[in-house]
Design a binder for this molecule. Sequence first.
Ligand code: GLP
Length: 264
Amino acid sequence: MEIIICPVADHVGQIAADKVAKIAAEVGPGVVLGVATGSSPLSTYDGLAKLIAEGKLDLSQASAFALDEYVGLADGHPESYHEVIRRTVTKPLGLDPSRVHVPDGSLGGLASTGERFEQAIAAAGGVDVQILGIGANGHIGFNEPTSSLVSRTRVKTLTDRTRQDNARFFDSLDEVPRHAVTQGLGTIMAARHVVLVATGEAKADAIAHVVEGPVTAMCPGSVLQMHQFATVVIDEAAALGLRLADYYKRVYDSLPAWQKLELS
Ligand code: GLP
């Protein structure tokens, strides 16, 4: 795992965006992005938008696949991930909406939604770089604790913790859906690169488990230890639980200049 601890919390998004842009440049104009919802990746999307505005990145030919979608929200519901991705990713990054895919969370489509989404990813040639946040309980996408480490896109039941964490986006806890369609851990692991972003002390435990804990379905994000090209970009607060934080900083500092992103 590549672990980048940003001394300035506000720079996490730009560092993650630089990493994604570097990979996108290697792949070319048809890069396939994996995109996440939640507050963590928002600054990464801002960073990407800045690079686009500066003429350093062009995603107009890119495709994108979202990680997940709630089950059963009305079409156009502002908190459905179709809408969240449209607002926070498709529009600001100038993506072609016909190449942005979000799992179908409608009740009528549930039986085949996972299979259809997996086929769409395969038809696009797989995800080149997957942007990820992390839930306080270690979930990635909506792969809650005890998710199979080789799971593919399917319907999952949300934990009480996740529903409470996400209640801030709804008028009341009752309105938070109980189920979601999510890319599986196996689906996420098939992405060629993974860039996970987290900030703040509330994520410190989850990050400690993901980076230094045992690989276990009880902390789904820990499966990323088995990924060949996983990068974790965090601030000092999210790094508080890391036993080897000083070592990660030293490793990063000693990288040759061409491998480094500008940290301050
Ligand atoms: C949701 C999403 C995850 C996200 C998590 C953390 O549950 N399904 O993809 O990582 O929230 O969200 P936040 O970044 O807002 O803390």
